[in-house]
Design a protein around this ligand. Structure first.
Ligand code: FES
Length: 157
């Protein structure tokens, strides 16, 4: 067998399967788990999920492709997603994105050479009250200023 969850992720998957007896409903949390464990949802990860959830690979691939939060290629250790939607845009998200981009030396969708940071613009993350905001891995940060961005980046080192 190729790619496989470690023991604790396997236990978590069993809990997901128990909570969602309908395999289809277990798919999203299982994809989250796969992304967290493997860093991104690779073809091997899809093949593995197909086996353990007993779902067709095409179905898993379709769901993983539909949702933009699932990465189909490797991302940096810190995956920075800057919300570019209306509330954040009105509060200066574009300028903050450009600031991050020049500070990290990468453009939209790129990863720093050392593999540390990937920078993306995303649609509303559902935290508009914190606008302008960004998500780094699973954590939300906002409302952001350049000074806060500097502080966050220095803490991520
Ligand atoms: S518009 Fe940015 S979190 Fe909703």
């Amino acid at each position: 067998m190729g790619l496989e969850f470690n023991d604790s992720a396997k236990k978590e998957l069993e809990r997901i399967k128990a909570r969602y007896p309908e395999r289809q409903a277990a798919l999203l949390p299982a994809l989250y788990l796969a992304q967290r464990e493997f860093g991104y949802v690779s073809d091997e990860a899809i093949k593995y999920l197909a086996q353990v959830l007993e779902l067709p690979k095409s179905r898993i691939y379709g769901v993983a492709s539909f949702y933009t939060m699932f990465n189909k290629k490797p991302v940096g250790k810190y995956f920075i997603q800057v919300c570019a939607n209306i509330s954040c845009a009105m509060m200066g998200a574009d300028g903050l994105f450009d600031y991050l981009s020049s500070k990290l030396g990468i453009k939209e969708g790129e990863t720093t050479k050392d593999g540390k940071y990937t920078l993306c613009k995303v649609e509303c993350l559902g935290a508009c009250g914190e606008a302008p905001m960004m998500q780094v891995n699973e954590k939300y940060y906002g409302p952001l200023t350049r000074e806060k961005v500097d502080k966050i980046l220095s803490e991520l080192k």
